[in-house]
Design a binder for this molecule. Structure first.
Ligand code: F6P
Ligand code: MG
Length: 573
Protein backbone atom coordinates (compact mmCIF):
# COMPACT_ATOMS: atom_id res chain seq x y z
CA UNK A 1 0.00 0.00 0.00
CA UNK A 2 1.51 3.32 -1.08
CA UNK A 3 1.21 6.39 1.00
CA UNK A 4 1.38 9.84 -0.46
CA UNK A 5 0.30 12.92 1.44
CA UNK A 6 -1.54 15.58 -0.46
CA UNK A 7 -3.14 18.76 0.71
CA UNK A 8 -5.94 20.28 -1.32
CA UNK A 9 -7.79 23.50 -1.21
CA UNK A 10 -11.41 23.59 -2.26
CA UNK A 11 -12.51 26.70 -4.11
CA UNK A 12 -15.86 25.16 -4.86
CA UNK A 13 -15.18 25.04 -8.58
CA UNK A 14 -13.43 22.60 -10.82
CA UNK A 15 -11.11 25.16 -12.26
CA UNK A 16 -8.51 27.10 -10.36
CA UNK A 17 -6.32 27.95 -13.31
CA UNK A 18 -6.20 31.44 -11.93
CA UNK A 19 -7.85 32.93 -8.96
CA UNK A 20 -10.22 35.85 -9.25
CA UNK A 21 -9.85 38.90 -7.06
CA UNK A 22 -10.60 37.70 -3.55
CA UNK A 23 -13.82 39.70 -3.25
CA UNK A 24 -15.38 37.42 -5.85
CA UNK A 25 -14.66 34.18 -4.10
CA UNK A 26 -17.64 32.62 -2.37
CA UNK A 27 -15.71 32.29 0.91
CA UNK A 28 -11.98 32.55 1.06
CA UNK A 29 -12.26 30.50 4.27
CA UNK A 30 -11.86 27.32 2.28
CA UNK A 31 -11.49 24.38 4.61
CA UNK A 32 -8.26 22.52 4.67
CA UNK A 33 -8.45 19.00 5.75
CA UNK A 34 -6.38 15.97 5.36
CA UNK A 35 -8.04 12.83 4.21
CA UNK A 36 -6.45 9.86 5.94
CA UNK A 37 -8.10 7.16 3.88
CA UNK A 38 -5.85 4.76 1.95
CA UNK A 39 -5.55 4.46 -1.78
CA UNK A 40 -5.51 0.83 -2.90
CA UNK A 41 -2.48 -0.35 -4.85
CA UNK A 42 -4.66 -1.12 -7.81
CA UNK A 43 -5.42 2.56 -8.13
CA UNK A 44 -1.80 3.67 -8.22
CA UNK A 45 -0.30 4.89 -11.46
CA UNK A 46 2.54 2.86 -13.00
CA UNK A 47 5.10 5.45 -11.90
CA UNK A 48 3.99 5.16 -8.34
CA UNK A 49 2.17 8.47 -8.24
CA UNK A 50 -1.17 8.47 -6.53
CA UNK A 51 -4.27 8.67 -8.70
CA UNK A 52 -5.75 12.06 -9.36
CA UNK A 53 -8.24 13.18 -6.81
CA UNK A 54 -11.64 14.25 -8.05
CA UNK A 55 -13.63 16.66 -6.00
CA UNK A 56 -12.50 18.95 -3.31
CA UNK A 57 -10.59 16.91 -0.81
CA UNK A 58 -7.13 15.48 -0.89
CA UNK A 59 -5.71 12.53 0.93
CA UNK A 60 -2.89 11.61 3.27
CA UNK A 61 -2.91 7.91 3.52
CA UNK A 62 -2.57 6.26 6.85
CA UNK A 63 -2.03 2.63 7.64
CA UNK A 64 -4.73 2.93 10.26
CA UNK A 65 -7.26 3.32 7.48
CA UNK A 66 -8.97 5.88 9.61
CA UNK A 67 -10.39 9.21 8.43
CA UNK A 68 -9.39 12.18 10.53
CA UNK A 69 -9.93 15.88 10.01
CA UNK A 70 -7.18 18.22 11.04
CA UNK A 71 -8.32 21.77 11.58
CA UNK A 72 -5.29 23.90 11.01
CA UNK A 73 -6.10 26.50 13.61
CA UNK A 74 -2.78 26.08 15.44
CA UNK A 75 -0.66 26.70 12.40
CA UNK A 76 0.59 30.12 11.36
CA UNK A 77 -2.03 32.34 9.73
CA UNK A 78 -2.38 32.12 5.99
CA UNK A 79 -0.16 34.66 4.31
CA UNK A 80 -1.42 36.93 1.57
CA UNK A 81 0.71 35.42 -1.15
CA UNK A 82 0.04 36.79 -4.59
CA UNK A 83 0.46 34.62 -7.65
CA UNK A 84 2.99 36.11 -10.03
CA UNK A 85 1.11 38.16 -12.60
CA UNK A 86 1.39 38.95 -15.40
CA UNK A 87 2.02 35.41 -16.55
CA UNK A 88 5.10 34.92 -18.65
CA UNK A 89 4.26 35.15 -22.37
CA UNK A 90 4.88 31.43 -22.83
CA UNK A 91 2.29 30.48 -20.25
CA UNK A 92 -0.44 32.74 -21.58
CA UNK A 93 -3.23 31.02 -23.48
CA UNK A 94 -6.95 31.71 -24.05
CA UNK A 95 -7.91 30.03 -20.78
CA UNK A 96 -5.03 31.67 -18.89
CA UNK A 97 -4.75 35.37 -19.77
CA UNK A 98 -1.78 37.42 -18.59
CA UNK A 99 -3.69 38.52 -15.48
CA UNK A 100 -6.52 36.58 -13.78
CA UNK A 101 -9.42 35.92 -16.11
CA UNK A 102 -13.01 36.97 -15.48
CA UNK A 103 -15.29 33.94 -15.36
CA UNK A 104 -19.02 33.50 -15.05
CA UNK A 105 -18.76 31.64 -11.76
CA UNK A 106 -17.30 34.66 -9.98
CA UNK A 107 -20.29 35.44 -7.83
CA UNK A 108 -21.47 39.08 -7.85
CA UNK A 109 -19.31 39.91 -10.86
CA UNK A 110 -20.56 41.45 -14.11
CA UNK A 111 -19.45 38.25 -15.83
CA UNK A 112 -21.78 36.33 -13.55
CA UNK A 113 -24.67 38.69 -14.18
CA UNK A 114 -24.06 38.52 -17.93
CA UNK A 115 -23.81 34.76 -18.20
CA UNK A 116 -26.51 34.03 -15.66
CA UNK A 117 -29.03 36.71 -16.47
CA UNK A 118 -28.31 39.03 -19.39
CA UNK A 119 -27.53 36.39 -22.00
CA UNK A 120 -30.61 34.24 -21.31
CA UNK A 121 -32.72 37.43 -21.46
CA UNK A 122 -31.12 38.43 -24.76
CA UNK A 123 -31.83 34.95 -26.14
CA UNK A 124 -35.43 35.09 -24.91
CA UNK A 125 -35.94 38.40 -26.71
CA UNK A 126 -34.30 36.97 -29.82
CA UNK A 127 -36.80 34.09 -29.78
CA UNK A 128 -39.63 36.63 -29.53
CA UNK A 129 -38.24 38.36 -32.61
CA UNK A 130 -38.23 35.13 -34.61
CA UNK A 131 -41.81 34.45 -33.55
CA UNK A 132 -42.84 37.82 -34.99
CA UNK A 133 -41.26 36.76 -38.28
CA UNK A 134 -42.87 33.34 -38.09
CA UNK A 135 -46.30 34.86 -37.68
CA UNK A 136 -45.81 36.88 -40.85
CA UNK A 137 -44.74 33.91 -42.98
CA UNK A 138 -47.06 32.00 -45.31
CA UNK A 139 -44.97 29.28 -46.96
CA UNK A 140 -45.21 25.97 -45.11
CA UNK A 141 -41.63 24.93 -45.95
CA UNK A 142 -40.24 28.17 -44.63
CA UNK A 143 -42.41 28.03 -41.53
CA UNK A 144 -41.34 24.49 -40.67
CA UNK A 145 -37.72 25.43 -41.23
CA UNK A 146 -38.05 28.49 -38.99
CA UNK A 147 -39.74 26.50 -36.24
CA UNK A 148 -36.63 24.31 -36.20
CA UNK A 149 -34.48 27.42 -35.79
CA UNK A 150 -36.57 28.38 -32.76
CA UNK A 151 -36.15 24.91 -31.29
CA UNK A 152 -32.39 25.19 -31.64
CA UNK A 153 -32.48 28.59 -29.92
CA UNK A 154 -34.51 27.14 -27.08
CA UNK A 155 -32.00 24.33 -26.73
CA UNK A 156 -29.17 26.88 -26.59
CA UNK A 157 -31.03 28.83 -23.92
CA UNK A 158 -31.46 25.66 -21.89
CA UNK A 159 -27.74 24.87 -22.21
CA UNK A 160 -26.87 28.36 -21.09
CA UNK A 161 -29.18 28.23 -18.09
CA UNK A 162 -28.00 24.78 -17.08
CA UNK A 163 -24.32 25.73 -17.53
CA UNK A 164 -23.79 22.98 -20.09
CA UNK A 165 -20.36 22.09 -21.39
CA UNK A 166 -19.24 23.85 -24.55
CA UNK A 167 -19.51 21.54 -27.54
CA UNK A 168 -17.78 22.00 -30.89
CA UNK A 169 -19.46 24.22 -33.44
CA UNK A 170 -21.24 22.37 -36.28
CA UNK A 171 -19.54 22.73 -39.63
CA UNK A 172 -21.97 25.09 -41.33
CA UNK A 173 -19.50 26.23 -43.96
CA UNK A 174 -18.56 29.48 -42.16
CA UNK A 175 -14.92 30.45 -42.48
CA UNK A 176 -14.44 30.49 -38.70
CA UNK A 177 -15.48 26.89 -37.87
CA UNK A 178 -11.93 25.56 -37.73
CA UNK A 179 -10.76 28.43 -35.50
CA UNK A 180 -13.63 27.89 -33.08
CA UNK A 181 -13.18 24.17 -32.82
CA UNK A 182 -9.42 24.41 -32.49
CA UNK A 183 -9.78 26.83 -29.59
CA UNK A 184 -12.38 24.64 -27.86
CA UNK A 185 -10.28 21.49 -28.29
CA UNK A 186 -7.05 23.09 -27.13
CA UNK A 187 -8.20 25.30 -24.29
CA UNK A 188 -11.83 24.77 -23.35
CA UNK A 189 -12.43 21.05 -23.57
CA UNK A 190 -14.82 20.04 -20.79
CA UNK A 191 -15.38 23.66 -19.82
CA UNK A 192 -18.89 25.04 -19.48
CA UNK A 193 -20.57 28.41 -19.90
CA UNK A 194 -19.58 29.47 -16.39
CA UNK A 195 -16.05 28.20 -15.87
CA UNK A 196 -14.67 29.01 -19.32
CA UNK A 197 -13.32 32.54 -19.49
CA UNK A 198 -16.18 35.01 -19.67
CA UNK A 199 -15.02 36.46 -22.97
CA UNK A 200 -14.83 33.08 -24.66
CA UNK A 201 -18.14 31.81 -23.24
CA UNK A 202 -19.97 34.98 -24.20
CA UNK A 203 -18.59 34.99 -27.75
CA UNK A 204 -19.36 31.27 -28.05
CA UNK A 205 -23.00 31.97 -27.27
CA UNK A 206 -23.24 34.32 -30.26
CA UNK A 207 -21.55 31.74 -32.48
CA UNK A 208 -24.05 29.10 -31.38
CA UNK A 209 -26.87 31.53 -32.05
CA UNK A 210 -25.52 31.93 -35.55
CA UNK A 211 -25.53 28.16 -35.93
CA UNK A 212 -29.26 27.98 -35.07
CA UNK A 213 -29.88 29.64 -38.45
CA UNK A 214 -26.85 28.74 -40.55
CA UNK A 215 -27.81 25.05 -40.62
CA UNK A 216 -31.36 25.88 -41.80
CA UNK A 217 -32.51 25.76 -45.39
CA UNK A 218 -34.19 29.14 -45.82
CA UNK A 219 -32.97 31.28 -42.93
CA UNK A 220 -29.18 31.20 -43.04
CA UNK A 221 -28.82 34.97 -43.13
CA UNK A 222 -31.50 35.77 -40.56
CA UNK A 223 -30.52 38.44 -38.04
CA UNK A 224 -32.49 38.24 -34.79
CA UNK A 225 -31.23 41.69 -33.78
CA UNK A 226 -31.87 43.52 -37.04
CA UNK A 227 -35.14 45.12 -35.98
CA UNK A 228 -33.60 46.47 -32.76
CA UNK A 229 -30.56 47.83 -34.56
CA UNK A 230 -32.69 49.73 -37.07
CA UNK A 231 -34.77 51.07 -34.20
CA UNK A 232 -31.81 52.76 -32.53
CA UNK A 233 -31.41 54.91 -35.60
CA UNK A 234 -35.05 55.72 -36.18
CA UNK A 235 -35.56 56.58 -32.51
CA UNK A 236 -32.65 59.03 -32.50
CA UNK A 237 -34.13 61.59 -34.86
CA UNK A 238 -33.10 64.68 -32.87
CA UNK A 239 -29.43 63.74 -32.80
CA UNK A 240 -29.52 62.40 -36.37
CA UNK A 241 -30.71 65.73 -37.78
CA UNK A 242 -28.56 67.78 -35.45
CA UNK A 243 -25.57 66.23 -37.17
CA UNK A 244 -26.90 66.01 -40.72
CA UNK A 245 -27.96 69.68 -40.77
CA UNK A 246 -24.42 70.69 -39.82
CA UNK A 247 -22.48 68.34 -42.05
CA UNK A 248 -24.52 67.87 -45.21
CA UNK A 249 -22.44 70.59 -46.85
CA UNK A 250 -18.81 69.89 -47.63
CA UNK A 251 -16.49 71.18 -44.94
CA UNK A 252 -14.93 74.53 -45.92
CA UNK A 253 -12.59 76.90 -44.13
CA UNK A 254 -13.32 80.58 -43.90
CA UNK A 255 -11.33 82.38 -46.56
CA UNK A 256 -9.64 84.65 -44.05
CA UNK A 257 -7.88 81.95 -42.07
CA UNK A 258 -4.11 81.51 -42.23
CA UNK A 259 -2.67 78.00 -42.73
CA UNK A 260 -1.91 77.72 -39.03
CA UNK A 261 -5.43 78.78 -38.13
CA UNK A 262 -6.84 76.26 -40.56
CA UNK A 263 -4.95 73.42 -38.90
CA UNK A 264 -6.13 74.62 -35.50
CA UNK A 265 -9.72 74.71 -36.74
CA UNK A 266 -9.30 71.18 -38.02
CA UNK A 267 -7.83 70.05 -34.73
CA UNK A 268 -10.79 71.45 -32.82
CA UNK A 269 -13.21 69.84 -35.20
CA UNK A 270 -11.42 66.52 -34.88
CA UNK A 271 -11.57 66.71 -31.10
CA UNK A 272 -15.23 67.64 -31.12
CA UNK A 273 -16.23 64.92 -33.53
CA UNK A 274 -14.21 62.28 -31.78
CA UNK A 275 -14.76 62.86 -28.09
CA UNK A 276 -17.44 65.52 -28.08
CA UNK A 277 -21.05 65.28 -27.16
CA UNK A 278 -22.89 62.40 -28.68
CA UNK A 279 -20.38 61.79 -31.45
CA UNK A 280 -18.03 58.82 -31.88
CA UNK A 281 -16.93 58.13 -28.29
CA UNK A 282 -20.11 58.75 -26.36
CA UNK A 283 -22.22 57.17 -29.07
CA UNK A 284 -20.83 53.99 -27.53
CA UNK A 285 -22.23 54.53 -24.06
CA UNK A 286 -25.58 52.88 -24.74
CA UNK A 287 -25.23 49.70 -26.74
CA UNK A 288 -28.21 47.44 -27.17
CA UNK A 289 -26.84 44.50 -25.21
CA UNK A 290 -27.00 46.63 -22.07
CA UNK A 291 -30.42 48.04 -22.76
CA UNK A 292 -32.32 44.80 -22.80
CA UNK A 293 -34.86 45.81 -20.22
CA UNK A 294 -35.21 49.49 -21.04
CA UNK A 295 -38.23 51.16 -22.50
CA UNK A 296 -38.02 53.46 -25.48
CA UNK A 297 -38.44 56.46 -23.22
CA UNK A 298 -35.57 55.38 -20.99
CA UNK A 299 -33.25 54.95 -23.98
CA UNK A 300 -34.19 58.37 -25.32
CA UNK A 301 -33.53 60.06 -22.05
CA UNK A 302 -30.17 58.31 -21.71
CA UNK A 303 -29.15 59.47 -25.18
CA UNK A 304 -30.27 63.02 -24.76
CA UNK A 305 -29.62 63.90 -21.15
CA UNK A 306 -27.14 61.29 -19.92
CA UNK A 307 -24.98 61.50 -23.01
CA UNK A 308 -24.90 65.28 -23.00
CA UNK A 309 -24.13 65.53 -19.35
CA UNK A 310 -21.34 63.02 -19.69
CA UNK A 311 -19.85 64.60 -22.70
CA UNK A 312 -19.84 68.07 -21.22
CA UNK A 313 -16.51 67.44 -19.67
CA UNK A 314 -13.40 65.54 -20.51
CA UNK A 315 -12.87 64.54 -16.94
CA UNK A 316 -14.73 61.30 -17.44
CA UNK A 317 -12.15 60.21 -19.98
CA UNK A 318 -9.86 58.53 -17.48
CA UNK A 319 -7.02 57.79 -19.88
CA UNK A 320 -6.94 60.29 -22.70
CA UNK A 321 -4.40 60.19 -25.54
CA UNK A 322 -6.52 62.34 -27.79
CA UNK A 323 -3.81 64.92 -28.42
CA UNK A 324 -1.38 62.21 -29.48
CA UNK A 325 -4.02 60.80 -31.78
CA UNK A 326 -4.38 64.13 -33.51
CA UNK A 327 -0.60 64.28 -33.93
CA UNK A 328 -0.64 60.86 -35.55
CA UNK A 329 -3.34 61.89 -37.99
CA UNK A 330 -1.43 65.07 -38.80
CA UNK A 331 1.87 63.25 -39.24
CA UNK A 332 0.18 60.86 -41.63
CA UNK A 333 -0.92 63.73 -43.83
CA UNK A 334 2.47 65.43 -43.67
CA UNK A 335 4.23 62.20 -44.60
CA UNK A 336 1.78 61.73 -47.45
CA UNK A 337 2.37 65.25 -48.71
CA UNK A 338 6.13 64.71 -48.69
CA UNK A 339 5.71 61.51 -50.64
CA UNK A 340 3.38 63.20 -53.11
CA UNK A 341 5.95 65.89 -53.71
CA UNK A 342 8.41 63.11 -54.30
CA UNK A 343 5.99 61.69 -56.88
CA UNK A 344 4.52 58.83 -54.86
CA UNK A 345 3.10 56.53 -57.52
CA UNK A 346 -0.56 55.65 -57.57
CA UNK A 347 -1.41 57.89 -54.65
CA UNK A 348 -4.83 59.52 -54.69
CA UNK A 349 -4.03 62.18 -52.08
CA UNK A 350 -1.69 63.07 -49.28
CA UNK A 351 -3.71 61.41 -46.51
CA UNK A 352 -3.03 57.96 -45.26
CA UNK A 353 -5.03 54.82 -44.76
CA UNK A 354 -7.05 54.57 -41.58
CA UNK A 355 -8.69 51.36 -40.46
CA UNK A 356 -11.70 51.45 -38.22
CA UNK A 357 -12.71 48.29 -36.40
CA UNK A 358 -16.39 48.98 -35.96
CA UNK A 359 -18.61 48.27 -33.03
CA UNK A 360 -22.33 48.99 -33.08
CA UNK A 361 -24.82 49.55 -35.87
CA UNK A 362 -27.55 52.16 -36.25
CA UNK A 363 -27.08 55.41 -34.41
CA UNK A 364 -23.53 54.62 -33.23
CA UNK A 365 -22.39 53.72 -36.75
CA UNK A 366 -23.89 56.96 -38.02
CA UNK A 367 -21.86 58.86 -35.38
CA UNK A 368 -18.70 56.96 -36.29
CA UNK A 369 -19.07 57.91 -39.90
CA UNK A 370 -18.78 61.56 -38.86
CA UNK A 371 -16.21 61.06 -36.18
CA UNK A 372 -12.79 59.71 -36.51
CA UNK A 373 -13.07 57.48 -39.30
CA UNK A 374 -14.78 58.86 -42.09
CA UNK A 375 -16.21 61.94 -43.57
CA UNK A 376 -14.18 64.61 -41.88
CA UNK A 377 -10.80 62.97 -42.37
CA UNK A 378 -11.45 62.38 -46.05
CA UNK A 379 -12.77 65.87 -46.68
CA UNK A 380 -9.82 67.51 -45.01
CA UNK A 381 -7.29 65.25 -46.68
CA UNK A 382 -6.01 63.62 -43.50
CA UNK A 383 -7.00 60.28 -44.91
CA UNK A 384 -7.36 59.11 -48.46
CA UNK A 385 -8.87 55.76 -47.63
CA UNK A 386 -10.88 54.37 -44.73
CA UNK A 387 -11.32 50.65 -44.26
CA UNK A 388 -14.20 49.68 -42.03
CA UNK A 389 -14.09 46.29 -40.38
CA UNK A 390 -17.43 44.78 -39.44
CA UNK A 391 -18.80 41.38 -38.50
CA UNK A 392 -19.92 38.56 -40.75
CA UNK A 393 -23.00 37.74 -38.70
CA UNK A 394 -25.03 39.06 -35.75
CA UNK A 395 -22.68 39.58 -32.84
CA UNK A 396 -23.08 40.89 -29.29
CA UNK A 397 -26.54 42.17 -30.23
CA UNK A 398 -25.72 45.49 -31.82
CA UNK A 399 -22.51 45.00 -33.80
CA UNK A 400 -22.39 46.09 -37.43
CA UNK A 401 -22.83 43.52 -40.19
CA UNK A 402 -22.67 44.14 -43.93
CA UNK A 403 -26.46 44.33 -43.99
CA UNK A 404 -26.51 47.01 -41.24
CA UNK A 405 -23.90 49.00 -43.13
CA UNK A 406 -25.85 48.91 -46.39
CA UNK A 407 -29.11 49.58 -44.56
CA UNK A 408 -27.80 52.76 -42.97
CA UNK A 409 -26.45 54.27 -46.17
CA UNK A 410 -29.56 53.33 -48.15
CA UNK A 411 -32.08 54.43 -45.58
CA UNK A 412 -30.32 57.78 -45.34
CA UNK A 413 -30.43 58.18 -49.10
CA UNK A 414 -33.82 56.74 -49.98
CA UNK A 415 -35.71 55.94 -46.76
CA UNK A 416 -38.76 57.44 -45.09
CA UNK A 417 -37.95 56.63 -41.51
CA UNK A 418 -38.73 59.97 -39.94
CA UNK A 419 -42.35 60.98 -40.52
CA UNK A 420 -41.99 64.18 -38.47
CA UNK A 421 -38.84 65.49 -40.14
CA UNK A 422 -38.93 68.73 -42.14
CA UNK A 423 -38.10 68.62 -45.88
CA UNK A 424 -34.82 70.43 -45.09
CA UNK A 425 -33.85 67.83 -42.54
CA UNK A 426 -34.64 65.00 -44.92
CA UNK A 427 -32.66 66.69 -47.67
CA UNK A 428 -29.64 67.06 -45.38
CA UNK A 429 -29.76 63.36 -44.58
CA UNK A 430 -30.12 62.38 -48.23
CA UNK A 431 -27.17 64.55 -49.23
CA UNK A 432 -25.01 62.94 -46.62
CA UNK A 433 -26.16 59.49 -47.70
CA UNK A 434 -25.33 60.25 -51.33
CA UNK A 435 -21.87 61.54 -50.40
CA UNK A 436 -21.07 58.49 -48.32
CA UNK A 437 -22.26 56.12 -51.02
CA UNK A 438 -20.06 57.98 -53.47
CA UNK A 439 -17.06 57.39 -51.19
CA UNK A 440 -17.84 53.71 -51.45
CA UNK A 441 -18.06 53.78 -55.23
CA UNK A 442 -14.72 55.54 -55.43
CA UNK A 443 -13.08 53.03 -53.11
CA UNK A 444 -12.43 55.67 -50.44
CA UNK A 445 -14.61 53.82 -47.96
CA UNK A 446 -14.26 50.06 -47.98
CA UNK A 447 -16.27 47.66 -45.83
CA UNK A 448 -14.57 44.38 -44.90
CA UNK A 449 -15.54 41.48 -42.65
CA UNK A 450 -12.70 39.12 -41.81
CA UNK A 451 -13.83 35.87 -40.09
CA UNK A 452 -11.40 36.43 -37.22
CA UNK A 453 -13.51 39.24 -35.75
CA UNK A 454 -16.26 36.72 -34.93
CA UNK A 455 -14.12 34.22 -33.06
CA UNK A 456 -13.49 33.71 -29.36
CA UNK A 457 -9.82 34.62 -29.74
CA UNK A 458 -8.58 37.87 -28.28
CA UNK A 459 -6.44 40.21 -30.36
CA UNK A 460 -3.33 38.93 -28.59
CA UNK A 461 -3.80 35.97 -30.94
CA UNK A 462 -4.52 37.98 -34.06
CA UNK A 463 -0.92 37.78 -35.18
CA UNK A 464 -0.82 33.99 -34.68
CA UNK A 465 -4.32 32.92 -35.70
CA UNK A 466 -5.04 35.41 -38.50
CA UNK A 467 -1.65 36.31 -40.00
CA UNK A 468 -3.26 37.58 -43.20
CA UNK A 469 -5.31 40.06 -41.17
CA UNK A 470 -2.28 41.16 -39.16
CA UNK A 471 -0.32 41.76 -42.35
CA UNK A 472 -3.25 43.69 -43.78
CA UNK A 473 -3.56 45.91 -40.68
CA UNK A 474 0.19 46.43 -40.52
CA UNK A 475 -0.13 48.40 -43.76
CA UNK A 476 -2.47 50.89 -42.17
CA UNK A 477 -1.36 54.27 -40.79
CA UNK A 478 -3.69 53.93 -37.84
CA UNK A 479 -6.10 51.25 -36.64
CA UNK A 480 -8.92 52.52 -34.45
CA UNK A 481 -10.79 49.99 -32.35
CA UNK A 482 -14.18 51.17 -31.26
CA UNK A 483 -16.19 50.05 -28.26
CA UNK A 484 -16.08 47.92 -25.21
CA UNK A 485 -15.84 44.45 -26.66
CA UNK A 486 -12.96 45.40 -28.95
CA UNK A 487 -11.20 46.82 -25.89
CA UNK A 488 -11.79 43.61 -23.95
CA UNK A 489 -10.30 41.66 -26.83
CA UNK A 490 -7.31 43.97 -27.17
CA UNK A 491 -6.50 43.65 -23.47
CA UNK A 492 -7.21 39.91 -23.09
CA UNK A 493 -10.16 40.77 -20.83
CA UNK A 494 -8.43 40.11 -17.54
CA UNK A 495 -7.85 41.74 -14.17
CA UNK A 496 -4.78 43.80 -15.11
CA UNK A 497 -4.03 46.67 -12.72
CA UNK A 498 -5.52 49.94 -13.91
CA UNK A 499 -2.04 51.49 -14.09
CA UNK A 500 -0.90 48.91 -16.66
CA UNK A 501 0.19 50.74 -19.77
CA UNK A 502 -1.94 50.26 -22.84
CA UNK A 503 1.10 48.87 -24.70
CA UNK A 504 1.68 46.21 -22.10
CA UNK A 505 -2.00 45.35 -21.92
CA UNK A 506 -2.37 44.71 -25.65
CA UNK A 507 0.71 42.49 -25.97
CA UNK A 508 1.61 41.53 -29.53
CA UNK A 509 -0.71 44.15 -31.04
CA UNK A 510 1.86 46.64 -29.73
CA UNK A 511 5.04 44.62 -29.62
CA UNK A 512 5.02 42.42 -32.73
CA UNK A 513 7.24 43.53 -35.52
CA UNK A 514 5.18 45.61 -37.95
CA UNK A 515 2.36 46.23 -35.45
CA UNK A 516 0.45 49.32 -36.60
CA UNK A 517 -0.37 52.33 -34.48
CA UNK A 518 -3.48 51.38 -32.55
CA UNK A 519 -6.13 53.42 -30.79
CA UNK A 520 -8.85 52.07 -28.54
CA UNK A 521 -11.82 54.31 -27.99
CA UNK A 522 -14.27 52.92 -25.52
CA UNK A 523 -16.77 53.86 -22.89
CA UNK A 524 -16.06 51.62 -19.91
CA UNK A 525 -18.83 49.00 -19.71
CA UNK A 526 -17.05 45.97 -18.30
CA UNK A 527 -14.39 45.05 -15.78
CA UNK A 528 -11.11 45.41 -17.59
CA UNK A 529 -9.61 48.87 -17.10
CA UNK A 530 -6.04 49.77 -18.04
CA UNK A 531 -4.10 52.80 -19.19
CA UNK A 532 -5.08 55.12 -16.34
CA UNK A 533 -1.50 56.27 -15.75
CA UNK A 534 0.90 55.96 -12.81
CA UNK A 535 -1.78 56.74 -10.26
CA UNK A 536 -4.31 54.52 -11.99
CA UNK A 537 -4.44 51.89 -9.24
CA UNK A 538 -5.32 54.47 -6.60
CA UNK A 539 -7.89 56.08 -8.87
CA UNK A 540 -9.53 52.71 -9.53
CA UNK A 541 -9.54 51.91 -5.81
CA UNK A 542 -11.16 55.22 -5.01
CA UNK A 543 -13.85 54.74 -7.65
CA UNK A 544 -14.44 51.19 -6.42
CA UNK A 545 -15.24 52.65 -3.02
CA UNK A 546 -17.09 55.78 -4.04
CA UNK A 547 -18.94 54.63 -7.13
CA UNK A 548 -19.46 50.91 -7.15
CA UNK A 549 -20.50 49.95 -10.66
CA UNK A 550 -18.31 52.60 -12.31
CA UNK A 551 -16.81 49.94 -14.55
CA UNK A 552 -20.10 48.99 -16.16
CA UNK A 553 -22.07 52.23 -16.19
CA UNK A 554 -20.71 53.64 -19.46
CA UNK A 555 -20.14 56.92 -17.62
CA UNK A 556 -16.36 56.77 -17.97
CA UNK A 557 -14.22 56.27 -21.03
CA UNK A 558 -10.70 55.83 -22.31
CA UNK A 559 -9.01 56.87 -25.54
CA UNK A 560 -5.67 55.06 -25.59
CA UNK A 561 -2.94 54.93 -28.19
CA UNK A 562 -0.12 52.48 -28.84
CA UNK A 563 2.72 53.48 -31.15
CA UNK A 564 3.29 49.92 -32.38
CA UNK A 565 6.26 49.09 -34.59
CA UNK A 566 5.07 50.35 -37.96
CA UNK A 567 7.36 50.04 -40.92
CA UNK A 568 9.19 47.02 -39.50
CA UNK A 569 9.04 43.82 -41.46
CA UNK A 570 6.22 41.54 -40.39
CA UNK A 571 7.22 37.96 -39.81
CA UNK A 572 5.50 34.87 -38.47
CA UNK A 573 7.05 32.04 -36.51
O1 F6P B 1 -21.97 41.66 -22.42
C1 F6P B 1 -21.00 42.53 -22.00
C2 F6P B 1 -20.35 43.19 -23.13
O2 F6P B 1 -19.55 42.35 -23.86
C3 F6P B 1 -19.56 44.32 -22.61
O3 F6P B 1 -18.27 44.28 -23.08
C4 F6P B 1 -20.28 45.50 -23.14
O4 F6P B 1 -20.98 45.98 -22.08
C5 F6P B 1 -21.21 45.05 -24.21
O5 F6P B 1 -21.32 43.70 -24.04
C6 F6P B 1 -20.75 45.35 -25.57
O6 F6P B 1 -20.36 46.66 -25.67
P1 F6P B 1 -19.82 47.30 -27.00
O7 F6P B 1 -20.94 47.27 -27.97
O8 F6P B 1 -19.39 48.66 -26.64
O9 F6P B 1 -18.67 46.47 -27.46
MG1 MG C 1 -21.03 46.09 -29.67
Amino acid sequence: MAIEPRLYLDFGVDDIADSPPSSWLPTPEAEYFIDMSPVPDSAMRPNGAAPPVHGATGAILSPTEEKKRLRLTHLPKRKDIKAPFPRTPGSVDPNNPPWPAFRGYHTYSFANATMGHRLPTILGKAIDDVIVTLNQESSEDRIVDLVECIERMEELKRELEEHAKLRPVIDDGEADVALWNKEIAKYFLGKDFMNATWLFAEAYKYRRLRECFSVSKFWQGYDVFFRQKCDTFSRSSDAVFELSMRFAEQFKHEQTLSDVEKVEAERLMFMELSQGECVCLWGNSTDLSLLINMTEEQIKSLQSTGGEALAETEKNILGNHMERLWEIVKETKERGSRMLNGQKEGSSGPGGRIDFVLDNAGFELYCDCFGFSADFLLQTGYASQIRFHGKRYPWFVSDVTMKDWAWLLNTMTYGHLFPNATPEEMESLRRLGRRWKQYEKEGKWIYEAHPFWCTGYTFWDLHKEAPDLFLHLSRSDLVIFKGDLNHRKLTYDCAAPASTTFEEAIGPMASASGAPKVCSMRTIKSDVVVGLGDKGDQLAERLDKEEPGWKISGKYAVILVSEGRPGEKVFFA
